[in-house]
Design a protein around this ligand. Structure first.
Ligand code: NDP
Ligand code: OXD
Length: 308
């Protein structure tokens, strides 16, 4: 019987995705999901509606067209269908370049130089000792570990925090709630690369941000709900934090009237730190569908209990 694959991403034009899936899986019947479409063997989806899940009772696996599965986790999923997230697929290099750029921008005070240049002011600021600029990476998974390694290339002291104990060359690793205070206390820059789960939602509120050293900055490239917005604003305004680079927000697109757009210590980008690359993503998903068909194990399986 012909294998059926159904694609669902309400935020995009499906045709290029269907074309890529058909090219990589010529043996399959590939179609866009619409109400009433026949049940398929494999689902490929980003932020699908509940109806998509309800009308696909025969899935052998559901592929998330992204690394973070928080949007899927909000749905009522059938517990026995494996969910598979994107495993790098070209995102890790993008994330490494975005975070290194943001860290270097803070460390080398480029915002201050831009302000000086606008005034025609030739002022050299004293070089800051790199050893006093440790970078802490929350989350040492596929993306966080790549970011940590990239930061090491610039000789920043790098610290990392994960749920289970990890070991990464050149990175001082911390794990679990018990070690979070030590991790935060010396992170001059804090990079958030955690999945959004019940354990990590609102993690970065006043109490934890206050544990960062005076003058620290925050780079959030994970999900907006990791950060308590009002607490971040208050700590930027009272000077405990010196800046924030934010790529992700509680409401996306970030509403035009939102204070983040105009805050002098905040840089905003529109959720682009690591974009899903269609060709790499579909090639990876097609390869995993074929592995499923052969009964082979695949990487990137989501633990539904853990939520990532
Ligand atoms: P992974 O699942 O590979 O890694 C997650 C890491 O977070 C792991 O190290 C894990 O610990 C750690 N972690 C999870 N829960 C906890 C917890 N409660 N306490 C401590 N550590 C925890 O994810 P990725 O690296 O692939 O992606 C991370 C996130 O980045 C995604 O979930 C997504 O939200 C975001 N993202 C943002 C993009 C953007 O453009 N802005 C693009 C892509 C992803 P352990 O190692 O012990 O399991
Ligand atoms: C992802 C994202 O999780 O794009 O892949 O944010």
């Amino acid at each position: 019987m012909t294998m059926r694959v159904v694609f669902c991403d309400p935020s995009c034009e499906p045709e290029p995705w269907l074309e890529a899936l058909r090219r990589h899986l010529p043996q399959a019947r590939v179609e866009a999901w619409a109400d009433g479409v026949e049940p398929a063997d494999y689902g490929v989806a980003w932020a699908p509606p509940q109806a998509f899940i309800d009308q696909q009772p025969r899935l052998k696996a559901l592929f998330n067209v992204g690394a973070g599965v928080d949007k899927l986790m909000r749905l009522r999923l059938s517990g026995h269908v494996p969910v598979v997230r994107l495993d790098d697929a070209g995102m890790a290099a993008q994330m490494a370049e975005y975070v290194c750029h943001a860290v270097i921008r803070h460390y080398r005070e480029f915002a201050a130089y831009e302000a000086q240049a606008a005034q025609g002011a030739w002022v050299r600021r004293p070089a800051r000792p790199r050893a006093q600029f440790p970078v802490g990476v929350l989350g040492l998974g596929v993306l966080g570990s790549r970011v940590a390694q990239a930061l090491r290339q610039f000789d920043f002291p790098v610290r990392g925090w994960s749920r289970s104990a990890r070991s990464l060359e050149g990175v001082q690793c911390f794990a679990g709630d018990a070690q979070m205070g030590d991790f935060l206390a010396h992170s001059r820059v804090l990079v958030c690369l955690l999945p959004l789960t019940d354990d990590t939602r609102d993690l970065l509120g006043r109490e934890r941000l206050l544990q960062l050293p005076q003058g620290a900055c925050l780079i959030n490239v994970a999900r907006g709900e990791h950060v308590v917005d009002d607490d971040l604003l208050a700590l930027l305004d009272d000077g405990h934090l010196s800046g924030a680079t934010l790529d992700v927000f509680r409401t996306e697109p970030l509403p035009p009237e939102h204070v983040f757009w105009r805050h002098p210590k905040i840089s905003v980008t529109p959720h682009v730190s690591a974009q899903t690359l269609r060709e790499e993503s579909i090639a990876q998903i097609a390869g995993k569908i074929l592995a499923f068909e052969r009964g082979e194990p695949v990487a990137g399986m989501v633990d539904l209990q853990r939520g990532y």
